[in-house]
Design a protein around this ligand. Sequence first.
Ligand SMILES: NC(=O)c1ccc[n+]([C@@H]2O[C@H](COP(=O)([O-])OP(=O)(O)OC[C@H]3O[C@@H](n4cnc5c(N)ncnc54)[C@H](O)[C@@H]3O)[C@@H](O)[C@H]2O)c1
Length: 281
Amino acid sequence: MKKFDLNGKVVLITGAAGGIGQAVANRLYACGANLVLTDVSADGLNRTFAALSKERVLLAPLDVTDMAATKDVVDQAVKQFGHLDMVMANAGIGAKVPSTMLTIDEDEFTKVINVDLFGVWNTVKASLPHIINTKGHVLITSSIYAFINGVANAPYAMSKAAVEQMGRALRAELSGTGATAGVLYPGWVDTNIAKVAFGGHDIATKLVQHAMPGPFGRRVKPDEIALAVVAGVERRASQIIAPRYWIPMSWFRGIINIISDAMLDKDTKFQKLIRELEQKQ
Ligand SMILES: NC(=O)c1ccc[n+]([C@@H]2O[C@H](COP(=O)([O-])OP(=O)(O)OC[C@H]3O[C@@H](n4cnc5c(N)ncnc54)[C@H](O)[C@@H]3O)[C@@H](O)[C@H]2O)c1
């Protein structure tokens, strides 16, 4: 498969104003890519990327749940740069408050799935004809939540498992076209979205401390993910799992999930935390 040299490529990133999207944007810019940086927060985009060259960077406010607006931004990108080589469907949210399916607000449940699943779909669908034209690459931000238990975070985990399937199917559908697709699985990363599980919400924090021992319960900096993205995209990797200690968890998920779910069945401390979480709402 032909290497994907990022220098001079045109890359569209959603959810670029913060966290992982921002770190990837900065790394790709340093590699010589031209960027179309989009986010629901126009202020965030302007604040974060004010210093980058206007010739190489198009800032475009975009809510990824709006298919028409997503297609419009893709058109703007192609108008400005002539083509589109890569898209990173990265925008994502978590529920405002960690909740079980019994207690979660119905609108909140739908909102998370709209952004984290349908937002990714809109981004991929709108960009795909251009990516096929340029024999480019689609990168979908999933999560370790595609393969760990999504307890107290179900709409997020459901979406992340779903977009993993989207990426796998897309890769197979693109085979032979010269274009490729890959899935990014970040572990815990020090960004806004993860704050809730690291001090932002007491029970969510206790749940992570209880269920995720050692390095599995630690956050890494967004730039660590960005470095893995650059290395993975350059070789058109089907999977980018970072940090690397999550790789065996993904490879052996079949058996690990059976064991870990059975352990949760019997874990009274865990069950007490879940009931406390429900009573708090
Ligand atoms: N931080 C983690 O621990 C972690 C782990 C695995 C996967 N991820 C995934 O990485 C991606 C980036 O998240 P992050 O950790 O950088 O968090 P973040 O909150 O820093 O970044 C998410 C960005 O998406 C934007 N956004 C939210 N809703 C949007 C919408 N409707 N349309 C367009 N943009 C929207 C936000 O404004 C924000 O800039 C998400 O898909 C997230 O699920 C994060």
